[in-house]
Each structure stands twice: as C-alpha cells, then as structure tokens.
Design a protein around this ligand. Structure first.
Ligand code: ACO
Length: 314
C-alpha cells in the first residue's frame, strides 16, 4: 500500500496563547515552555463536516483520481457532528463516491489504525483506493474553565488517499487500560436507566499521560524496526502524533534521531488528535519534502490507552 494524495483543512479562527490567558488563568510563557504550543485553530463559523469535506476533496485531487475511483471511505474522529450517520457517510454523499463507509475511534492513534485497516482491506482484495479522513474537534469536549486541558488542543482535519502497491508497510498497535485520560458521553435518560450526568469533559492526568506516551512511542518504534528489519538511518522522517514538544523531544533523544528527521508543527496547531500526523504529512508534501521511496515511520498514542507505530514507503 502507498499514499498517493494528501489534504488538510483548518478552522479560520486562530487562538493564541495570549488570547487564552483572557479565558483561563494561564500565560504564553507557561504554555510555550510546557508544551511548545504558540497557537491553535478552533471551530467557530464552520463545522467539522465542512472541513472534513474540504480536506477529503483536496486529498482526492492531490491523488489525481476521481471520486468514483474511491472504493472505501474511512473516517476517524473522537467527536463527530452527528452520532449517526457517520462522517464517512456524509463525505460519501457530498463527494458522490458511492462506496462503503465507516467511522473509527482509536483516539489520537486513529490514523495508524486506519492505515492498518486500509492495508488489510487491500490485501484481501476488498478495496483498491481508500480515502482516510481524520477529523477532530477537541474544542467541543475540553472544559474551557480548566487550564490543564483547554490550552493543549486544536481542531483540524488531515486526509490521505492510499492505493494498492507492491510496497510493504507494517503497523503495530496496542491498548492498555488507564483511567488517566478519558471523556464520558452525555446520553439521555430512559424510563429504565438514568445516565451519569457528572462531568463529561475531557479528564487528563497529564504527568501519567506524558510517561505512557514516551514509553509507548519508544517501545512501538523499536518493535517496528525489529519486525520490519529497517534501521533508523534508513528513515527519511519520523512523523509522530503532535501532542507536546517535550514528549516529542524525549522520544527523539531516546531514539537518537536528528532534528531535521523529526518534523513538528504543534506550535501552530496544538494537539489535533488523530488529525495531527496526516496534517503534518500534508504540509511536508505541499512543501515538496517527500520523495517517492522515502521511508516514513509513524507513531501515535492516545486515550485507551492506545498506541501504535508503523512504517510506510512514500
Ligand atoms: N497555565 C498555567 N499553569 C498551569 C496550566 C496552564 N495552562 N496548566 C496547569 N498549570 C499548573 C498546575 O495547576 C500546576 O500548579 P501547582 O504546581 O500549583 O499545582 C503546575 O502548573 C504544574 O502542573 P504539572 O501538571 O506539574 O505540569 P507539567 O510540567 O507536568 O505539565 C502538561 C503539564 C503540559 C499537561 C504535561 O503533563 C503534559 O504534557 N502531559 C501530556 C499531555 C498530553 O499530551 N495529553 C494528550 C495526549 S493523548 C491525546 O492526544 C488525546
């Protein structure tokens, strides 16, 4: 399987650290030094579905295929505009692809799960060209009175089109339970069951998440190296989930990787959950920094606690 097109879409509204300090008790200095984030985008006039469609169209165009060539649409999102139909079904309707559609949820690790599933569908001959859209709106589930979480996230969509090819790729995922990161949903009461109505914002024990993130990323990347038989020196780029500069730097140092192989953009967008890797990939692609044959190592982690890594040839 290989990636033949990329696209992304961002909300227009830019929220800087200084603007945040007018909402919660925080400062640009605290946020920059603890996370590396300077600003993020948040949805205001547009919807997540609008952005998902924009990114989907751009990635299909960049792949040089028609919507009718897409034979599967997979979306990944933690929090969608509608519980049903799925975001993938909405994209299918607007693009006119007329293909099977599904939404997945593996938190911030979602892009890697989606690639792995796409690869499996291709290997069983069930699809040839798959559109993957990672669309996230964490601004709608963080508590805007809690400085510990609301400063970290941003909304964004990243998309890719993948196609069948002889190039090998390899993905590895895992899940270990932790209560350090979760978000409950708010359902309706029924005549038979009351719903928990307490806090349904994102809950996070930052230090525990930090530790699990660094440990899992390093373990997953080493596993991918071992199983795929590639070494760090053969890798063109390490594309990691853009959660936090200090997490990324800790992994980079442990893996002994040069800075120029470890692109980052979280200063501009914050943590955009599963959209962060395809968004970064789209930026590199547009900048002409990806060349056919380049080996890309991907790694991500998120609530669950899910984590995953993989290697794919550009
Ligand atoms: N502004 C100012 N002060 C703050 C803020 C803020 N936005 N947030 C917390 N503080 C305060 C705390 O209240 C605490 O104050 P206290 O010492 O008086 O109690 C102090 O700063 C230190 O807090 P710590 O939690 O010790 O700060 P730490 O250095 O660990 O940094 C952070 C916190 C940035 C959250 C860090 O733990 C981290 O990066 N964790 C991982 C977060 C993450 O990546 N989550 C998502 C991953 S998965 C996914 O993408 C969904």
């Amino acid at each position: 399987m290989k990636i033949i097109g990329t696209g992304s879409a961002l909300p227009k509204k830019v929220l800087t650290n200084d603007m945040l300090s007018g909402i919660v008790e925080t400062s640009d200095e605290w946020i920059r030094t603890r996370t590396g984030i300077r600003e993020r985008r948040v949805l205001s006039d547009e919807t997540l579905t609008d952005l998902a469609l924009e990114a989907a169209r751009k990635s299909v165009e960049s792949a040089g295929v028609n919507a009718s060539d897409i034979d599967y649409i997979m979306c990944h999102n933690v929090c969608n505009d509608a519980m049903t139909p799925s975001l993938a079904a909405m994209i299918n309707k607007e693009l006119g692809a007329n293909c099977p559609t599904v939404d997945l949820n593996a938190a911030c690790t979602g892009f890697i799960y989606a690639l792995d599933m796409a690869d499996s569908l291709m290997k069983t001959g069930k699809a040839r060209n798959i559109l993957i859209v990672c669309a996230e709106q964490p601004s709608h589930f963080v508590d805007w009175t809690q400085r510990e979480t609301c400063v970290l996230f941003g909304d964004a969509v990243g998309a890719v089109v993948v196609t069948q090819s002889d190039d090998d790729c390899f993905f590895k995922m895992s899940t270990q339970y932790t209560d350090a990161l979760y978000c409950s949903d708010a359902w309706h009461d029924t005549p038979f069951q009351k719903c928990k109505k307490e806090n349904n914002f994102l809950y996070m024990r930052g230090r525990d998440v930090f530790r699990m993130a660094v440990t899992n990323c390093c373990k997953d990347i080493k596993y991918v190296f071992e199983k795929s038989g590639i070494s760090s020196s053969e890798v063109s780029y390490f594309l990691l989930h853009q959660a936090n500069l200090r997490i990324l730097e800790a992994v980079r140092h442990e893996m002994n990787v040069a800075e120029d192989k470890f692109p980052m953009n979280l200063d501009k967008y914050g943590n955009t959950s599963s959209a962060s890797i395809p968004l970064l990939m789209d930026e590199l692609n547009k900048a002409g920094k990806l060349h056919r044959g380049d080996l890309l190592v991907l790694s991500a982690f998120g609530a669950g606690f899910t984590s995953g890594a993989g290697v794919i040839k550009w």
